[in-house]
Design a protein around this ligand. Structure first.
Ligand code: CTP
Length: 234
């Protein structure tokens, strides 16, 4: 069935990732998953089928209206998130990468529990070697085709617009949503949406409302894009 006749398929990544150090410890961040879940809820409410790839959060999956399909993929690490997100991206029309993916993971996993006494020889200091995780959004940007729309987030503590625009180009995005560290773990946020064509929209609201506005904006742009590619093919 042509993409304009069926339900749009949406991928959402949400929440933090956890990168294990040993059996009991991990590296993570302050993401609550609220923004990602708000985007997933809004996409379902707008009549889309949704693949929600989520790190560990304290939130219930959003309700799916009758007829809509919600598939929840629960993951912990960035590599697990990548393994779930890339196949879902292949079949989706729109993707929202809202997850706060840990950029690094410990180079080695300690099978049992890291013991203090084992560190005594090094003066009691623990030096963790970290290696980079894959950038899932960048990989999706590399694979993106004409009929897909890709939205990324940029969490910036300084020089927001400049850094966000850099991410927009480097990761081949259609929109980048700029927010600050205060948005993590909060119910409200203050975001600026920067579009590839230069358009800028500022939204300050509850995350649930921001989710609705982002989905409406992206769906409208995706439908327009689809129409344009069809007209070019004819
Ligand atoms: N992202 C991702 N995989 C990563 C890191 C980030 O998919 N390993 C995605 C996030 O989901 C978000 C976007 O990339 O949509 C930007 O994430 P952010 O943490 O703001 O920036 P980074 O690209 O990690 O760069 P930096 O930490 O240097 O700002």
């Amino acid at each position: 069935m042509s993409a304009s006749l069926r339900r749009p398929r949406v991928l959402v990544t949400a929440g933090p990732t956890r990168e294990p150090i040993d059996r009991v410890r991990y590296l993570t961040n302050r993401s609550s998953g609220r923004m990602g879940y708000a985007v997933a809820a809004a996409a379902l409410a707008a009549g889309c089928d949704v693949d929600l790839v989520t790190g560990p959060v304290d939130l219930a999956p959003p309700p799916a209206p009758r007829g809509a399909r919600l598939t929840v993929h629960r993951v912990e690490t960035a590599r697990q998130m990548r393994a779930a997100a890339l196949p879902a991206f292949r079949g989706c029309d729109l993707a929202f990468h809202v997850a706060a993916v840990s950029d690094f993971r410990p180079a080695r996993f300690v099978r049992g529990k890291l013991k203090k006494r084992d560190l005594a020889a090094r003066g009691g200091a623990l030096v963790l070697e970290l290696v980079p995780n894959p950038d899932i959004l960048w990989e999706c940007g590399q694979r993106k085709h004409q009929r897909q729309l890709l939205v990324g987030f940029a969490l910036e503590a300084a020089d927001g617009v400049r850094n966000a625009l850099f991410k927009l180009r480097e990761k081949n995005l259609d929109f980048v949503v700029l927010n600050g560290p205060s948005a993590l773990n909060a119910t409200r946020a203050d975001v600026t949406v920067l579009a590839r064509d230069g358009e800028r929209i500022s939204i300050r609201a509850e995350k649930s409302r921001i989710g609705g506005q982002l989905v409406a904006l992206a769906l409208e742009r995706w439908r327009r894009q689809l129409h344009k590619t069809k007209a070019t093919i004819r």
